[in-house]
Design a protein around this ligand. Structure first.
Ligand SMILES: Cc1ncc(COP(=O)(O)O)c(C=O)c1O
Length: 381
């Protein structure tokens, strides 16, 4: 992270901006590939679709989980072969499937009959994953009930896939992003095993379990290291699927890129609501908010760590809000964060581990604010 701090110290960049260090991305990928041994890694492009990140991860040997034609084109335009892509979004338009098929994509996720029929019509003979609906307890950014189907239905759908001429290859899941509860992983894997067995009873032997994302990055609370986390997940997987020859995929997004980025932001305003000296909590408004970079702070779900120049200064709790005219553009009000007592407009703050789901989640031109700009350091030469 020091290289990013140095870069920010030496370049007077216009804020808000995100600086991403490709050396950290490389190290994260290396750690993950060493920890998740013999597991195929598909970087979830949605976490941060920056071209240099895709190039860097391609050089490291990564495959890619893509969610749209836009992401497919972004990856393919770099000369990355279509076989390295998985179209993991379960909600695709008919013509998007047709386009993806034309571009050579062979692997598709689905969780419903209608989607399966669309894939069969537009991507005949393709490999398909059925996404299971799993509990996300413990995830700081849960994926709720929007995705996946229940076990018994997955069995029916896999049979249907075969009937439609598709190749049912595996089951996928997503345990919820920034998943901190390892028991949730265990329950989900047992549920997958149950489903796998039910499908096998019907005569279909699946080859792949796609464990999805959910691996953590360093926000406010301590987390397990990549190695500790991965060991727990893979020990569970090898245990629960011990008597099978199943292959595992993972689709990390956040865990590969969040810790590789720092956003620099400027304090626009600090204020009190009553002006009374004893008013306990000050409001601090910065130029990066829910709608231009910090969307995951919505509902205080993701609690970022903040850094500033004078580490010795006294701190006090502050309510942190963004620059827009929307009143939901408040990051931390219920649980204010510690910021320097002497913070004033014009001061800079750095938001650590902010390389995932920040630039890609930002609104375009709401209130006329320019999209947050990304700078890349330690590119491959
Ligand atoms: C299908 C799929 N795979 C992978 C990911 C990446 O998840 P994470 O960033 O938690 O690793 C997501 C995130 O939403 C997803 O929807």
């Amino acid at each position: 992270m020091q290289a990013i701090h140095n870069y920010l110290d030496n370049n007077n960049l216009q804020t808000p901006c995100l600086v991403m260090d490709m050396d950290i991305v490389r190290n994260k990928y290396k750690e993950m590939s060493q920890t998740y041994k013999n597991v195929k890694i598909f970087y979830a492009v949605k976490a941060n679709p920056e071209i240099e990140i895709i190039k860097t991860l391609h050089e490291m040997g990564s495959c890619f989980d893509v969610a749209s034609i836009g992401e497919i084109d972004r990856v393919l335009d770099l000369g990355i072969p279509a076989e390295k892509l998985s179209y993991g979004n379960t909600i695709k338009k008919e013509n998007e499937i047709a386009q993806a098929y034309k571009k050579g994509i062979k692997l598709y996720a689905f969780d419903s009959l209608e989607e399966l029929e669309k894939i069969a019509r537009n991507a005949p003979n393709s490999d398909v994953f059925c996404r299971l609906l799993v509990n996300c307890n413990g995830a700081q950014w849960p994926l709720s009930r929007k995705f996946g189907c229940e076990s018994h239905y997955a069995v029916d759908l896999m049979l249907k896939a075969k009937e439609l001429g598709l190749n049912p290859v595996g089951i996928s899941l997503h345990i919820g992003s920034q998943q901190t509860n390892m028991q949730t992983w265990k329950e989900a894997m047992k549920y997958v095993r149950l489903t796998l067995d039910l499908i096998k009873e019907k005569g279909i032997s699946l080859k792949i379990i796609n464990l999805g994302g959910g691996m953590c990055s360093q926000y406010e609370n301590p987390i397990l290291s990549t190695q500790e986390y991965g060991k727990i997940v893979m020990d569970m997987a090898h245990n629960i699927f011990a008597d099978t020859d199943i292959e595992f995929f993972i689709e990390p997004g956040r865990a590969l890129v969040a810790d590789a980025g720092i956003i620099e932001t400027e304090v626009i305003l600090t204020s009190y609501k009553t002006g009374q000296i004893h008013e306990p909590v000050r409001w601090v408004y910065i130029d990066c908010g829910i709608l231009n970079g910090l969307f995951e702070a919505l509902g205080e779900a993701i609690r970022y760590r903040f850094d500033w120049e004078n580490k010795e200064c006294e701190t006090e709790p502050a309510i942190l809000a963004g620059p827009s005219c929307d009143s939901m553009d408040i990051m931390y009000e219920k649980n204010p964060i510690q910021l320097p007592k002497n913070l004033k407009s014009g001061d800079k703050l750095r938001i650590l581990s902010s390389g995932a789901y920040t630039t890609s989640y930002a609104s375009i031109w709401f209130n006329g604010f320019e999209p947050i700009k990304t700078y890349i350091i330690n590119k491959y030469i």
